[in-house]
Design a protein. Structure first.
Length: 217
């Protein structure tokens, strides 16, 4: 593995990378191609760091661990699941790259949703990957807006007068919303609702998802 520096990127997205290599090794192995792994050099913001601590705090309050104990445990679990990215190195929330902490943040949010961990804030405000968050909420029957228990909402609404038992649900765009937010999207419409809560899209319904919501036909 060699570490180099990007010296130029042209308008077609072709990068010129400069790095020092073992010339004999390259010649002996007749190296013609190599993999390039981009390294995120963006500095972690205080806001993102504080979001992680807020999520860890919610888990600590729920589990009975101290915040420091919860932080250590979840960093270890995250590292174990991301050995390809981290090797055996435990990252620090003081100087980790932004993209890595965003992954850790999603890891914490998925745990909170999967285990009904109560929070004093909306998880929607703590999300980096909004589309993955919408999917995780759907999987765990949580409202994508407020985190309360949710029902299935068809974004491409089934028309009035249609027999829902005869509708093909697979492939339709869906998301999970509580009764309050289900009513709101019907009231103000999809476009205004998505703009208000910064959603991009729903999730394409699969037989597995439909089964979770008791829709079997």
């Amino acid at each position: 593995m060699y570490k180099g520096q990007v010296v130029d990127i042209d308008q077609n997205g072709i990068a010129t990378i400069k790095c020092e290599i073992d010339l004999d090794q390259f010649v002996h192995r007749q190296v013609k191609e190599c993999y390039v792994e981009p390294i995120d050099s963006r500095k972690l913001s205080d806001r993102q760091r504080n979001m992680c601590y807020a999520l860890i705090g919610a888990i600590a309050d729920w589990s009975g661990y101290t915040k420091e104990e919860a932080k250590k445990l979840f960093k270890l679990d995250f590292t174990a699941e991301h050995t390809k990215m981290l090797g055996d190195k435990i990252f620090s929330l003081s100087d980790a790259p932004m993209s890595l902490v965003a992954e850790f943040q999603s890891f914490l949010i998925e745990f909170i949703l999967s285990n009904d961990v109560p929070t004093k804030f909306s998880l929607l405000e703590y999300v980096d990957d909004i589309d993955q968050y919408v999917y995780t909420c759907l999987e765990n029957k949580k409202c994508a807006v407020c985190g309360r228990r949710a029902e299935l909402h068809h974004i491409d609404a089934i028309g009035m007068g249609n027999d829902r038992t005869e509708v093909i649900h697979v492939g339709r765009e869906v998301m999970s919303l509580c009764r309050e937010h289900h009513t709101e999207i019907h009231t103000i419409g999809k476009k205004a609702f998505f703009e208000k809560y910064h959603f991009n899209k729903g999730v394409e319904a699969t037989p597995q998802i439909l089964k979770k919501y008791g829709i079997r036909k």
